[in-house]
Design a protein around this ligand. Structure first.
Ligand SMILES: Cc1ncc(COP(=O)(O)O)c(C=O)c1O
Length: 496
């Protein structure tokens, strides 16, 4: 049965993907009764220890937001000229989600009214075949729940060769290892994924991976975005090798190639969720980058079976995401009350235009202060918040004179020297007052990898560690000051 109402006809049984924890988790009996009661409004209940809503000290929440009456709304916010609108949630009054419901204990899925709004948003953006929704505390929460849902000790997950460190570390304690996939400026190279899976040797490498964790848009840290062709190919490979795709997509709304198009949302890359007919994509979304990170609200979209298991996990752990955020988002997305979905999309489009301006500004500064030194280069990211800056270490005197490393070939030697040089350079830049993230913070460490079809040393960091991640999300002055420091530090580091 669908958990909250999608139609899942013709879906293969994917229950063999569940982890032992996923399979063995029992329903929380309190929540079970709660769900039955919720379906019968006139029930007399002495069952659950819920504080009665008449005793809630909070009877009203007013949140001031800009009124989205203009497509340049973010410019108006920045110049302090945006008209304002107040979203009001009430206990027992006229609002989209009554506070006596929002602030009460609820199902692990979240409040039905907020879920409905999020499902409508999904429909507009992805037209998903599977549209069961579980609200989360943001993507870190959503992704780690999925790791627990799908991974057992000894399993290996596929991942981009550089990835978001908090989530790279998360499943290690579950005994999961990574098989990193080589990337280029467009993200995962599908033929690499296919080769890793085709040449997988279960005797020496353990069970073949059944999960791909990917950040397909404005990838963190490399800024790469998967093209539609690559997505299609990756999805085909996932079908052939029975892989579940975890689509962690916080930067979806920040796709810069689409901003000039008349219908921005049609011009955006189709998501894995939108391609999925079999229920093998679990999409993880968040309001962190489009509203505010502190809202701690996101959502997982998946097939009904996975949603049911995520519900059980949530019912017995965090219980549900917080009611304040759910009330706010429900009010915001409800037509005639807050922005509605069209207004939310106008907001994200305007936000995207502003981030694009910052990206272009950053690129101009990068050329002026950094690329001009001849010691670094970068490509323009099509999405997200990050530049991936390649440091041309082969121009460094210590690198040019490097002697072969004892046990290895020339390549290996270069990699070891590069790692040492990057450590020193990162310190050097930091001492001059600039914090910037070195590639080593995002690389999948050899001890956390299952070596996928290559020797351990070849597999170490296939694309090298000579990169920095820098964000253009900040203020213009910060970017200018930071890139000046980086340019000067590179010259000093390479020439003195
Ligand atoms: C790829 C990726 N996943 C997850 C997160 C965490 O997002 P949230 O704030 O929704 O937990 C981030 C935040 O930067 C991210 O870049």
């Amino acid at each position: 049965m669908p958990v909250n109402g999608s139609c899942n006809g013709g879906v293969p049984n994917l229950s063999h993907h569940l982890s032992q924890e996923g399979r063995e988790r029992l329903p929380n009996p309190m929540k079970h009764i709660w769900t039955r009661i919720a379906k019968k409004p006139n029930m007399i209940t002495l069952a659950n220890g819920e504080p009665h809503s008449t005793l809630f000290p909070i009877s009203r929440i007013d949140v001031q937001v800009p009124a989205v009456t203009d497509t340049h709304i973010v410019d108006q916010v920045l110049s302090g000229t945006a008209p304002q609108q107040t979203l009001t949630s009430l206990k027992g009054g006229d609002c989209a989600l009554d506070l006596s419901v929002a602030l009460q204990y609820s199902s692990g899925l979240g409040c039905a009214a907020t879920i409905e709004r999020v499902k409508e948003l999904n429909e507009v953006l992805h037209c998903p075949h599977h549209n069961d929704v579980v609200l989360t505390l943001g993507n870190a929460d959503g992704v780690t729940k999925c790791f627990r849902l799908l991974g057992d000790r000894g399993d290996t997950f596929l991942i981009e060769e550089y990835s978001f460190p908090g989530l790279v570390n998360a499943p290690l304690a579950q005994g999961i290892r990574w098989a990193p996939l080589k990337m280029d400026a467009q993200g995962i190279i599908p033929s690499e994924m296919e080769q890793v899976l085709r040449t997988w040797n279960e005797e020496t490498q353990g069970r073949r991976p059944r999960v791909l964790y990917t950040i397909p848009v404005g990838q963190n840290p490399t800024g790469s975005t998967l093209s539609i062709e690559r997505r299609r190919r990756i999805y085909e490979i996932a079908r052939e090798f029975d892989i579940i795709i975890l689509e962690d997509d916080p930067y979806y709304f920040l796709q810069y190639g689409a901003t000039d198009s008349k219908d921005e949302f049609k011009a955006m890359s189709p998501t894995f969720l939108s391609m999925d007919v079999e229920g093998r994509v679990i999409r993880i979304d968040t309001f962190s980058k489009t509203l505010v990170p502190g809202i701690r609200l996101g959502w997982i979209t998946c097939n009904a079976m996975f949603a049911q298991k995520l519900l059980l996990l949530t019912d017995s752990t965090t219980q549900h995401t917080n009611g304040f955020s759910q009330a706010l988002v429900c009010e915001l997305l409800t037509p005639g009350r807050g922005w509605g979905i069209p207004g939310f999309l106008t907001w994200t489009q305007s936000l995207c235009t502003e981030y694009k301006r910052r990206r272009d500004f950053f690129m101009a500064l990068l050329e002026k202060y950094v690329v001009s030194t001849g010691y670094a280069k970068s490509t323009l990211p099509e999405a997200g918040m990050f530049f991936w800056i390649e440091v041309l270490l082969d121009k460094h005197p210590r690198r040019r004179g490097a002697q072969p490393f004892e046990n290895g070939d020339g390549k290996e030697c270069d990699k070891v020297v590069d790692a040492r040089l990057m450590d020193s350079l990162a310190d050097f830049v930091f001492e001059r007052g600039l914090a910037i993230m070195p590639a080593v913070s995002f690389a999948i460490m050899p001890e956390h990898q299952v070596h996928a079809g290559r020797s351990a040393t070849q597999n170490m960091h296939p694309s090298g560690l000579n990169f920095f991640r820098a964000t253009f999300a900040g203020q213009d002055e910060t970017m200018e000051a930071g890139l000046k420091i980086l340019g000067c530090a590179l010259v000093d580091f390479f020439e003195s």
